[in-house]
Design a protein around this ligand. Structure first.
Ligand SMILES: Cc1ncc(COP(=O)(O)O)c(C=O)c1O
Length: 380
């Protein structure tokens, strides 16, 4: 099955009781047994739920994975991956991860004796050089939030394999439409389903996909033990979202390419970062490993933060909001919003300046998006 067919059908079948074309929402906490010891596969919704399981199988199929475990948020999914480790273990992490991820690693997990090194993983040599005797995991985000750094997943996969390290990839920005990290050697693929996968700003969720049964068993154990699970209704909404994922992603990437080119040619813009632009330092890798460049752009104005703020406050169609990956075009100020909790010194050292503006390009008519930016830029 091709991906555009898979998003509609894979892992889904009509309900055997009624023929309902969509899976029922099993909004239940528990399941009645006919006798003691009976195993129906479902006993309590924290452990498993038929709507959730349908979504997990659907998501695993489109990522070309065997197993999926769903969580109540992308952060809960990241946390569950890190729960594969033990006190004393060391993790090598991309240096430009989503601010919530570095906050979790640096302000929560360090208290449980996990250790982190941050490297610019767009050069795999940096990953290899950071390996210590206690290193157990490599955690890559690609493209990164918000600087859109791209990592060569195959090259890092070889390093992970040679050193027997668990290899996790946060593929939220790319989605399985454009990138399937398991095909490049990843052990774990994580998505915030709050973004493109559900696609309409309608929920918070996360998922981890793997081909490794040992890791899946552990993730399921964490899922049922800690209980950071999505509601059956959110799982159902996610299934609906995924059915149009392929269509939406093609429109997101087409629009983003035009918007990035418009911005790059505008006299008030100092720099534009988009993996689909030849000026992106890792454009060649992105072109090789992704089948599209997705909908995220970041840029800076020549007038810095003062002009950036004017643009963010002046847009009309484009919404000033945290989050990304929805049908609506959204503009974000990472320094005060998504990465507001990253200490300023650390943020600046990463290259995340006060003036950086992030754009999640939606699926509206691209001329309307560009027109809105044009008018806003006049005020900058
Ligand atoms: C790349 C990336 N990973 C993980 C997350 C966390 O996901 P959630 O907000 O669903 O917890 C986000 C959220 O913005 C993200 O952008």
């Amino acid at each position: 099955m091709k991906l555009d067919t898979k998003v509609v059908h894979a892992g889904l079948k009509p309900d055997p009781t009624t023929g309902s074309i969509l899976p029922p929402i099993y909004q239940t906490a528990t399941y009645v047994l006919e006798k003691v010891g009976q195993d129906k596969g479902f006993d309590y919704t924290r452990s498993s739920n038929p709507t959730r399981q349908t979504m997990e199988e659907h998501l695993a199929a489109i990522d070309n994975g065997k197993y999926g475990a769903a969580f109540a948020s992308g952060m809960a999914a990241v946390d569950s991956c890190l729960k594969l480790l033990k006190a004393g273990d060391h993790v090598i992490c991309s240096d430009d991860v989503y601010g919530g991820v570095s906050r979790h690693f640096n302000q929560v997990l360090v208290n449980y004796d996990l250790h982190f090194s941050y490297v610019d993983s767009s050069d795999p040599v940096n990953v290899e050089n950071a390996i210590q005797p206690t290193t157990k995991m490599i955690w890559i985000e690609t493209p990164t939030n918000p600087l859109l750094k791209v990592t060569d997943l195959e090259a890092v996969g070889k390093i992970a394999k040679n050193h027997d390290l668990i290899y996790g990839v946060d593929s939220t920005f790319a989605t399985p439409v454009f990138l399937r990290p398991l095909e490049f050697g990843a052990d774990l693929v994580m998505h915030s389903t709050s973004k493109y996968l559900s696609g309409h700003n309608q929920l918070i969720g996360g998922v981890v996909i793997t081909n490794r049964e040992d890791l899946f068993e552990h993730l399921k154990f964490v899922q049922k033990t800690i209980g950071a699970v999505p509601s059956p209704f959110d799982c159902w909404l996610t299934i609906l979202g995924i059915k149009t994922l392929d269509l939406r992603m093609k429109k997101h990437t087409e629009n983003a390419q035009s918007v990035a080119e418009f911005l790059e040619g505008h006299h008030k813009i100092g720099s534009v970062t988009y993996p689909g632009l030849p000026s992106h330092p890792m454009h060649h890798v992105a072109k090789e490993q992704m089948s599209g460049f997705s909908g995220m752009i970041s840029f800076e104005l020549t007038g810095g933060i003062t002009s950036g703020k004017k643009v963010m406050n002046a847009v009309q169609l484009i919404q000033l909001a945290e989050s990304l990956g929805s049908v609506e075009t959204m503009i974000t100020h990472p320094a005060t919003m998504t990465h507001g909790d990253v200490p300023k010194e650390e943020r600046l050292a990463r290259g995340l300046t006060d003036g950086l503006v992030r754009l999640s390009v939606g699926i509206e008519n691209v001329n309307d998006i560009i027109h809105d930016l044009e008018i806003a830029l006049e005020k900058a």
